[in-house]
Design a binder for this molecule. Sequence first.
Ligand SMILES: [Zn+2]
Length: 342
Amino acid sequence: MNNSFQEKYSRQILFAGIGPQGQEKIHASRAAIVGCGAVGAAAANLLVRAGVGYLRVIDRDFVEPSNLQRQTLFDEADATQALPKAIAAERKLRSINSSVSVEGIVADLNPRNAEELLGGVHLLLDGSDNFETRLLLNDFAVKSGKPWIYAAGVASYGVTMTIRPGITPCLACLLETGNAGLGLEETCDTVGVLGPVVNLVASLEAAEALKLLAGREDALHGRLISCDVWSGHMQSVRPARNPVCRACARHEFTYLEGESQPHITMCGRDSVQIHERSRAIDLAALKARLAPVAAEVRQNDFLLRFRIAPYDMTVFADGRAIFKGTKDPSVARSLYARYIGA
Ligand SMILES: [Zn+2]
């Protein structure tokens, strides 16, 4: 351990739960975060500062002004440029700690790319905004025997649990057996979300990540923790595994094996995403084609945005598109065919 390493992490090394050996293990570890919104950004920030060796940040979305109230890695310049969150996060995280290898990937996790996006790491962290993605993450983690940490926040309420396949309950144990009280019906779209709760949940998630990466599994709390920063109500329960769980008992990985959903309604706004197949799009050529018919046509290296009232459309370089102004997949599909091409 050289002096600058020792100095950089001195307060963490002084902490008895980690110590020099724990810090070395953290430095040798690899993790991936699925989704870099509020929870993902806050957890990524903490893990990069803590000195993980490698962090992969996967996100499908771009930065907008309404994100800045709670998504602590991004600033106004990121929103003005409509940078993909994975790219903006990678830049910011590298400037925070240059000794961490940070890789931002602009992509939507689905069954076809799960192995590529989630493989080769010791730990997976949830920063996603929907249960389709979380159950896919859970299927992958259970199948590959890899730990992952569930974390979600909406309104003033948050919930988190560390999932160790074969040891703790998995997400399917919790969700597919009629457990109530997880606040699953609500989204940021309908009830909003407070910055403090997502940062609280991300902090709990990052602390569990440090225990796992430092080799301190004995210190994991083993509980489903829920907290409400408005009412002050905190709860911690120890749920049981479901002995007939689809995922962790019967090994039926329906989310991983199933056909990916071609359209997904996103959290936080009136939008539909289309991602039917991966194909490279020439954004400059598309920009030239759209200029006569669309308004506010803007392009950066990663995406092209344009407006045809009442819709705002964003096309990514891999052929994926987000349509704002509708919740109807068939409207989005027809806009895609008309303006981007079949
Ligand atoms: Zn299970």
